[in-house]
Design a binder for this molecule. Sequence first.
Ligand code: MG
Length: 164
Amino acid sequence: MTPYYRVGHGFDVHRFRRGRKFILGGVRIPHAFGLEGHSDADVLIHALMNALLGAMGKGDIGIHFPDTDSRYKGISSERLLARVLRMVDQEGLGLMNGDITLIAEKPRLAPFFPEIKKNLSRLLKVPPSRLNIKAVTTEGLGWAGEGRGIAATAVVLLRRKRRG
Ligand code: MG
C-alpha cells in the first residue's frame, strides 16, 4: 500500500527569448521577453509537476510529455498539470502543501504572487494557505543574475487519502 506521506522535489529552468509570452503559474506577466520552450514554457508549473511526479516515484515531465512529441508543442502547462493531478488522484494521494521558489533577477515577480497563488489554488484544488511562492535573485551572479532566464524549484507533500 502507498505510504501515508510522500515528499517530492522539482526543478526547472527556461531561458528568456524575445517574441515569446511570459507565462508563470498560468498567469501572463508583462515583460520584454518570454520563456523559450516546446510548450508554453511555464517554468513554475514544470517544477511543480516534477515535484508531484517525484513524490509518486514516477520520473519527470520529460518522460511523460516528451518535447519530441508534436502533441505538446505550444500546449498550456495547465493542461499537463491536470494530467499529473489525475495521476496523483489515481494513486490515492492528495496534495497537502506546496512550496515554490523562483530564481530570477528580473522582472520583479512578487507583485504577481497573489494572482499566481489564486490560479494555482484553483488548479490544485487546495486553499491558497497551503501554497507558498517566493522569489530570490542570485545577487547578479551567473545566467540568472544576468537576466537570461528563470529557474524554479518546488517541494510538495502528498498524503494518502482515507478510503471508504
Ligand atoms: Mg520546462
